[in-house]
Design a protein around this ligand. Structure first.
Ligand SMILES: [Mg+2]
Length: 297
């Protein structure tokens, strides 16, 4: 049967996939706590406490629990539709430089012969992230996040996807193989080294906390670039210090994405490394092929 899903295949130029967590990585706070929770009449701390209680008492995934609470508590207040969620998303505060970062970094890649792609891998709500200016400007290659199923009247009825810390890693394999559709099971097929579109050494993962650890560890142990960020206003470096000591991340920087900042310089260095690595890797693959063609043992 022909594969019904669209796939990405290897191009002539190397691809650097930069993957981002959202809450506290691109935005200083949880996206739900920037309007939605307040508008359903809840205190933020109490909302998370109650949602964690639902999760604990029912052995429910904590993301499914908060999604349940969102829908439940909105009843009688407002309709949870794609539009309402996108409107809340459009008001989410972003760290300095975030709004222009994606375009700038793509351009720097293009100037240096590297295709830069930006992917969101978040336990937050996809429909909210879609409301950000970056999403509206198509800066993201794909947004992998928790999302709702909306009925024919456009009302959120059921979770469509719930992205938690361990199933976040699935998306790194999808990106690596170019199998981006969440229902495409060929992500489990074997791909030879030269068919892999984005080898792990060409993946950068940027996150802030424990929920990013499985992704960071996977990227880090496979030669990629796991980066921890911390809030530049609070300057609380406790998490990134711990993560680097435990070998979860290779680097950390403040979450200020303006031109000339630490993360700007770091990603640009990674782009240049990607370009040089590719030249060496191509030569290695060609030399191995040549030897295999000309020897019998
Ligand atoms: Mg986070």
């Amino acid at each position: 049967m022909e594969n019904q899903f669209k796939r990405k295949y290897k191009e002539d130029l190397p691809v650097l996939a930069i993957c981002y967590d959202f809450d506290k990585t691109l935005s200083p706070n949880d996206m739900q706590a920037q309007g939605f929770i307040q508008d359903v009449g809840y205190d933020i701390g109490k909302f998370w406490k109650d949602s964690n209680k639902v999760s604990r008492e029912n052995e429910m995934d904590s993301n499914l629990a908060y999604m349940f609470k969102m829908v439940e508590e909105a009843q009688g207040n407002f309709i949870v539709s794609k539009k309402t969620l996108a409107d809340y998303g459009s008001k989410v505060e972003l760290f300095k430089g975030v709004e222009t970062w994606f375009k700038r970094i793509k351009e720097y890649g293009a100037q240096n012969g590297v295709i830069v792609e930006h992917y969101i891998i978040s336990s937050g709500i996809k429909e909210m992230i879609e409301g950000t200016t970056m999403a509206k400007n198509n800066e993201f290659e794909k947004i992998f996040a928790s999302s709702f199923y909306f009925n024919e009247r456009g009302v959120a009825k059921w979770p469509a996807q719930a992205v938690n810390y361990t199933n976040k890693t699935q998306f790194l394999f999808r990106i690596s193989k170019g199998v981006l559709d969440v229902n495409d099971q060929s992500v489990n097929q074997f791909f030879s080294q030269d068919e892999i579109r984005v080898p792990f050494r060409n993946i950068a993962y940027i996150g802030d906390s424990d929920t990013d650890i499985p992704c960071m560890k996977l990227v880090n142990t496979n030669g990629g670039h796991a980066i921890g960020v911390y809030n530049p206003n609070t300057e609380d470096t406790s998490k990134v210090f711990r993560m680097i000591k435990e070998n979860r991340i290779r680097y950390f920087t403040p979450a200020d994405y303006s031109e000339g900042t630490q993360i700007d310089k770091l990603i640009k260095a990674i782009i240049l490394k990607t370009k040089v690595d590719e030249v060496l890797e191509d030569k290695h693959i060609n030399d191995t092929k040549l030897a295999n063609q000309n020897t019998k043992y």
